[in-house]
Design a protein around this ligand. Structure first.
Ligand code: UDX
Length: 430
C-alpha cells in the first residue's frame, strides 16, 4: 500500500519505518526541514534501539522516503496516518491545532478514496472533528473515511512493540476503511479489535490511565511498606502472581514521567470534566506521582542529614532506560529540588546528556558513572539503565567520600549493599 505518515516523532517515525519493512511504500512527512534532511541521510533524530537501522534498510530498499511536502504525499497515498504532536496547553487540554492544520491540507488534496487515520493520542470526539474539517475543505464528491488507530508503543522498545503488539485497535465508521486497515495490519498476525472511532479513542486514554494508576498504586504501597518496614518488592511480586492483577507496571520508584503518561493523564481528566464526569481517582494518581518525587528527595535528606553543600552524583537522567528522552523526566524535578536545597550536582546518563544539557543548569555532566561518583557525598539512582546494575560497586565505594547510595529504582539488593559497607536506602524496602 502507499502510505503517508505525517509527523516524525516517536509514533510517526517508528510506524513509518515498520510499515515500510512490512512491504508498503511509505513517505514520512514533517514540517521540520532539519529533521527531514537528517532522515534522508539515514540518521534518526531520536535515540531508539533498532530504529536507525530500520530506516537505513528501507531507504536502501526504496520503501521509505522523507518529505516536507504534505500535499504531494497526500495525493500519492491511500492511507494517511496523522501522528503529529498534541502538546498540553496550560490548562491540561491537548492542543489539537496541528491536527486541524494537517486535516485541512489533506482535505484539499483528496484525489481518490483515502483513509485518514488518527494515530496521535487525541481526546475522544477528535475523529468527528477531523471528519467535519475534511468535509468542509475537501473538493465536492471527495471520497474518504476517517479512522482511529491508537498506538501503544513504548519508548526504548518502540520497534519491537510496534511489530509485536498485544492488540491492534481499529476505530472505523465504514466497511471499506475496515477492509483497508485490516489488510494493512494482517502481516503482524496480532489480535485486531474493530470498534467505532470514539471507543477506540477512549481505549487509548483508558489504557494509559490504567497503567499510570498501577504505578501510583504500587508507589503508594511502597510508602506503606517503608512505614511498616515491609518489602514492597515482595508485595509487588505477591500481587503480580494473581493473574487478574499481573506483574507488569508494578515496579515502585520515583514516579512515572515521559511524554505520554503525565500529558495523557492530564488530558483525560480534562476530557472527562468536559463530558461532565469528575474522574477524581485519576487526580489522585497524578497527586501520588508528584508526591513520589518529593518523597525520594526526602529519603536522600534522611540519609545525608543536610543536603546543603553536599555533592550528589545523579546516575541516570532520562525518564526511563534505552531512550534519550528528557520530557517530563522525574530527574528534572529531583535535581531542581536538590539544587534548591544547596546541593552540587554531578550527573551521568548513557544517552540523554545532550538533551539534559538544554534543560538543566549548574550541573557537571560526567563521562561515566565512576566520574560522577568521584568526590560525591552520595550517589542516587534515578534511571535504571542496565550499565548501572553492572557497576563495580567496590570501586564506586572508594570514589564516594561517604559510602552512600539512595536508589530510586530498587536496582540493588539491600543485603548485598550492607555487606559491601554501603549506607543504602531505596523505595519501600526499609
Ligand atoms: C507509555 C505506554 O506504556 C505506551 O503504551 C504508550 O503508547 C506511551 O506511554 P512510555 O512512556 O514510552 O510508554 O514508557 P513506559 O515504559 O510505559 O514507562 C512510563 C513511565 O512509567 C516511566 O517513567 C517509567 O519509569 C515508569 N514506570 C513504568 C514505573 O515507574 N513503574 C513501572 O512499573 C512501569
Amino acid at each position: 500500500m502507499n502510505i503517508a505518515v505525517v509527523g516524525t516523532g516517536y509514533v510517526g517515525l517508528v510506524s513509518g519505518a515498520c510499515f515500510a519493512s512490512l512491504g508498503n511504500k511509505v513517505v514520512c512527512v514533517d514540517v521540520d526541514e532539519r529533521k527531514i534532511a537528517m532522515l534522508k541521510k539515514g540518521k534518526s533524530p531520536i535515540y531508539e534501539p533498532g530504529l536507525e537501522e530500520l530506516v537505513r534498510e528501507n531507504i536502501r530498499k526504496k520503501t521509505i522516503t522523507f518529505s516536507t511536502d504534505l500535499k504531494s504525499a497526500t495525493r500519492k497515498a491511500e492511507v494517511i496516518f496523522i501522528a503529529v504532536g498534541t502538546p498540553p496547553k496550560p490548562n491540561g487540554d491537548a492542543d489539537l491545532s496541528y491536527i486541524e492544520d494537517v486535516a485541512r491540507t489533506i482535505a484539499r488534496e483528496v484525489n481518490g478514496y483515502k483513509v485518514i487515520v488518527e494515530k496521535s493520542t487525541v481526546p475522544v470526539q477528535t475523529g468527528e472533528k477531523i471528519r467535519d474539517t475534511m468535509r468542509l475543505f475537501a473538493p465536492k464528491g471527495a471520497q474518504f473515511d476517517v479512522a482511529s488507530n491508537p498506538e501503544f508503543l513504548r519508548e526504548g522498545s518502540a520497534v519491537s512493540d510496534f511489530m509485536n503488539p498485544d492488540r491492534v485497535i481499529l476505530g472505523v465508521e465504514s466497511a471499506r476503511a475496515k477492509k483497508v486497515l485490516i489488510e494493512l495490519y494482517k502481516p503482524l498476525k496480532s489480535r485486531i479489535l474493530v470498534t467505532d472511532i470514539k471507543s477506540a479513542e477512549i481505549i487509548k486514554h483508558a489504557s494509559n490511565s490504567f497503567l499510570a494508576m498501577k504505578i501510583s498504586f504500587i508507589n503508594a504501597i511502597a510508602r506503606v511498606c517503608d512505614a511498616a518496614k515491609a518489602d514492597v518488592e515482595l508485595v509487588s511480586l505477591g500481587m503480580g502472581l494473581d493473574s487478574r492483577i499481573g506483574k507488569s507496571f508494578l515496579s515502585p520508584g520515583i514516579g512515572f514521567g515521559g511524554f505520554c503518561f503525565p500529558k495523557d493523564l492530564a488530558a483525560f481528566i480534562r476530557i472527562c470534566e468536559k463530558l461532565g464526569y469528575d474522574f477524581d481517582l485519576l487526580r489522585a494518581v497524578e497527586r501520588i506521582n508528584e508526591e513520589q518525587k518529593r518523597y525520594f528527595v526526602k529519603r536522600i535528606e534522611e540519609v545525608l542529614w543536610n543536603i546543603n553543600q553536599k555533592t550528589i552524583a545523579v546516575l541516570g537522567l532520562a525518564f526511563k532506560p534505552n531512550t534519550d528522552d528528557m520530557r517530563y523526566a522525574p530527574s528534572l524535578d529531583i535535581v531542581a529540588a536538590l539544587q534548591a536545597q544547596g546541593a552540587r550536582i554531578r550527573a551521568y546518563d548513557p544517552h540523554a546528556m545532550d538533551n539534559a544539557k538544554k534543560l538543566m543548569k549548574n550541573v557537571v555532566f560526567c563521562r561515566d558513572a565512576y566520574e560522577a561518583c568521584k568526590g560525591a557525598d552520595c550517589a542516587i539512582v534515578v534511571t535504571e539503565w542496565g550499565e548501572f546494575k553492572q557497576l563495580d560497586l567496590k570501586r564506586v565505594k572508594k570514589l564516594l567520600t561517604q559510602p552512600t547510595i539512595v536508589d530510586g529504582r530498587n536496582i540493588y539488593d539491600p543485603k548485598k549493599m550492607k555487606a559491601l559497607g554501603f549506607r543504602y536506602a531505596s523505595i519501600g524496602r526499609s
